[in-house]
Design a protein around this ligand. Structure first.
Ligand code: SAH
Length: 213
């Protein structure tokens, strides 16, 4: 597992690209500047690791586009020490970004192959979520609720109610909602019963799947 001078140079350019696309958070840009994204990808795609695009990982899934990861993280509005729930661990790249922000991360993945692979891989880079959970993101993680932020990294056909219920008051759920194309949607919990909804444009994700486990 190598991270070379060349990789670091490519990351710097990726960070400049993300800045041009409107990402402002210094901490998030620094996280992207730090994390060796090429190590999260299959060998066939390593040359493309620092292009701002999504790429295939195992089990027909994808590592999200860096811009998407940065944007979703920005919309979460989390700070150091916050308790964050991530749905769709995948390669663990988004998890690593959350951990670079010094948050406590609980991450759920429903694909067993990816779950096992990423659970083994992330600690090798020094990234340690509070918990890796093999399970269904639609139900969230009641046992650890409430959360300071919940991020869904797969396209949800609808908004799962348990995720709204597991937000602290003031916290955000960042979720791409839709079938073929998704609208990045943020729900902010205003009180026990009230949520504010804001939308942030179109994105494309692999689907948040139901009924497998
Ligand atoms: N954050 C990831 C993105 C992975 S793609 C990364 O940066 O690499 C979306 C992931 O969501 C896939 O790994 C997929 O298996 C997972 N997923 C799909 N439906 C799910 C569900 N119901 N619960 C948990 N994970 C799910």
């Amino acid at each position: 597992m190598k991270d070379t001078f060349t990789h670091r140079g490519m990351r710097k350019r990726l960070v400049e690209t993300l800045q041009k696309k409107g990402i402002k958070s210094k901490q998030i840009l620094e996280a992207i500047n730090t994390i060796p994204r090429h190590l999260f990808m299959d060998s066939g795609f390593i040359d493309h690791a620092y292009v701002d695009k999504a790429f295939p990982i195992a089990a027909d899934q994808t590592i999200s586009q860096p811009y998407t990861v940065a944007r979703q993280t920005e919309l979460l509005g989390i700070t150091k020490g916050d308790k964050v729930l991530e749905i769709g661990t995948g390669s663990g790249y988004q998890t690593a970004v959350l951990l670079e922000l010094e948050t406590q991360v609980y991450t759920i993945e429903r694909q067993n192959e990816l779950f096992k692979k990423t659970k083994r891989f992330l600690p090798k880079l020094g990234y340690r979520p509070k918990r890796f959970i093999f399970g269904d993101g639609y139900i969230g993680l009641e046992a650890e609720a409430p959360f300071d932020g919940i991020i869904v990294t797969a396209g949800a056909p609808y908004v799962p109610k348990p995720l709204l219920a597991q937000l602290k008051i003031g916290a955000n759920l960042v979720i791409p909602v839709g079938d073929a194309v998704q609208i990045m949607t943020v729900f902010t919990r205003k009180s026990e019963t009230e949520f504010e909804k804001n939308e942030y444009g179109e994105f494309r994700f692999v689907p948040l799947l139901e009924d497998k486990n």
